[in-house]
Ligand binder design. Structure first.
Ligand SMILES: [Fe+2]
Ligand SMILES: [Fe+2]
Length: 136
């Protein structure tokens, strides 16, 4: 079960700062997966969700900083996607603090989509632009 969210070479962009953040991010997803599927105490679930939210925000800022610096043409769509991800993950965070609902399935589905659709597809689109500006 612990291997569910696994770092893959498919996620490597050869941009060190971004790769390091993505690698850490995938390890966080893996911990979320463990904690929720093993029904860890709610307090533990909240801590890992807080960490996920905070790290996501730092990571989005890093990407968006380079969008601005490199005048990335896909910036607006990408920033909108970040806003949506942020809203969803914060909704999970709220629910875990206030609700009694079992978030596991919805949360895991959401994180899986995030990994596949956002990291593996949308993030990949900026790689050429970042490389062209000498980022590696
Ligand atoms: Fe990313
Ligand atoms: Fe992104």
């Amino acid at each position: 079960m612990a291997e569910h969210f696994k770092w893959s070479d498919d996620y490597v962009f050869n941009i060190k700062e971004i790769d390091d953040q993505h690698r850490y991010f995938v390890s966080l997803l893996d911990r979320v997966y463990d904690y929720f599927l093993e029904s860890a105490p709610r307090s533990t679930q909240e801590i890992i969700l807080d960490e996920l939210v905070n790290y996501a925000l730092i990571h989005f800022e890093t990407e968006e900083k380079y969008f601005a610096e490199f005048n990335y043409e896909g910036a607006e769509d990408h920033k909108e996607a970040h806003r949506e991800l942020k809203a969803k993950i914060m909704a999970f965070q709220d629910e875990s603090k206030t609700g009694t609902a079992d978030l596991s399935d919805d949360l895991i589905d959401f994180l899986e989509d995030w990994l596949i659709d956002h990291l593996a597809k949308m993030d990949r689109k900026y790689v050429e632009c970042f490389h062209n500006h000498g980022l590696k």
